[in-house]
Design a protein around this ligand. Structure first.
Ligand SMILES: Cc1cc2nc3c(=O)[nH]c(=O)nc-3n(C[C@H](O)[C@H](O)[C@H](O)COP(=O)(O)O)c2cc1C
Length: 205
């Protein structure tokens, strides 16, 4: 059975543009694949802990030698890595927060980037181990970053592409819901354009 992992991170609940567009995209992708399931990880309501000393040492400690706390914090990471590896497609939603991704999503990235599980290092350098997955990024922003003078301030899109690419996820589509703070008309247009684009992406999937 095909599985779609939907990762949302906005704290704005039903008002969130990124959650709405990403959820609709996941549902459109699901409709294309009979029997496909959506696994949702809502990082705003179920945030992951910041990585700490026990995490940083625990991941390099053999399983049988880990302290109870190390087992617990590495266990959190293991479960989100398992969730990621089980997915055929991944839909990730974030609002742009101070020119970058939400901090809850950053914590998720910190937990899924695991040497030996999602990437490896060898004589030829790093190798991403999370391959064969289509990834969709839905990024909502008050301003416009796809072109124009603010484009250089978009640290969310290049960061996510670099971090996911490092782990082997290089087939990435970006859906922007941009300019939502530029008046009601611009906001409505941003949402309708993004939703239209998700229909195109689902058709092409
Ligand atoms: C604390 C905070 C910081 C924000 N920083 C930015 C920013 O740097 N650039 C921007 O264009 N919009 C910024 N915004 C606006 C959000 O990106 C916009 O409201 C977006 O819709 C949030 O995503 P969401 O609707 O999924 O919650 C910020 C909003 C908040 C609450």
């Amino acid at each position: 059975m095909s599985s779609i992992l939907l990762v949302t991170s906005s704290p704005r609940g039903a008002a969130s543009h990124s959650t709405r567009v990403a959820t609709e995209l996941a549902q459109k992708l699901q409709a294309k694949t009979p029997g496909a399931k959506i696994v949702t990880h809502d990082l705003a309501n179920n945030p992951l802990p910041h990585i700490d000393a026990d995490y940083a040492t625990g991941i390099y400690t053999p399983v049988e030698s880990r302290s109870v706390r190390q087992q617990n914090v590495v266990g959190v990471s293991d479960s989100v890595v398992d969730e990621l590896l089980a997915a055929d497609a991944v839909v990730i939603a974030t609002g742009m927060i101070n020119f970058n991704i939400s901090s809850t999503l950053k914590a998720w990235i910190d937990h899924i980037a695991r040497a030996g599980r999602t990437f490896s290092y060898g004589a030829e350098g790093p190798k991403g181990l999370v391959t064969g997955k289509k990834v969709y990024l839905v990024i909502a922003s008050g301003g416009v970053y796809s072109s124009g003078p603010a484009a250089v301030f978009d640290h969310a899109t290049p960061y996510l592409k670099a971090a996911l690419g490092f782990l082997g996820m290089t087939d990435v589509e970006v859906v922007r819901v941009e300019g939502v703070a530029m008046g009601p008309e611009a906001e409505a247009k941003a949402i309708s354009s993004a939703l239209e684009y998700t229909s195109d992406l689902a058709l092409a999937a």
